[in-house]
Design a binder for this molecule. Structure first.
Ligand SMILES: [Zn+2]
Length: 100
């Protein structure tokens, strides 16, 4: 009788402990990721690069007339209709130091 109560209490305690442990780890990981993200954007702003959020906004539209859905540039097939998309053209960008 007393053993059953103790066992039930112990199981409840164990479940609570495991849940709080998982939540704690998730919370710490989330905070670390947020801090890293903010630091990256601050560092990028200091260097003069665009923020990470604005980097992957390149979109190519489906070539099919009836579809025209927006897709990521690197996608091989349309996400809506499955039409094969044209390969993105690689444009070579030359970066040279400007001399005035
Ligand atoms: Zn499409």
């Amino acid at each position: 009788m007393l053993g059953d109560i103790f066992l039930t209490f112990f199981a409840f305690f164990l479940a609570t402990l495991i849940t709080s442990l998982i939540f704690g780890v998730w919370l710490v990981v989330s905070i670390v990721r947020l801090v890293v993200h903010v630091l990256q954007n601050v560092a990028r702003a200091l260097v003069g690069l665009p923020r990470t959020r604005n980097v992957d906004h390149k979109i190519s539209h489906c070539t099919r007339d009836k579809c025209g859905a927006p897709n990521p540039v690197e996608a091989k097939f349309c996400r809506r209709c499955g039409q094969r998309l044209a390969k993105p053209q690689h444009v070579i960008v030359r970066r040279a130091a400007a001399v005035y």
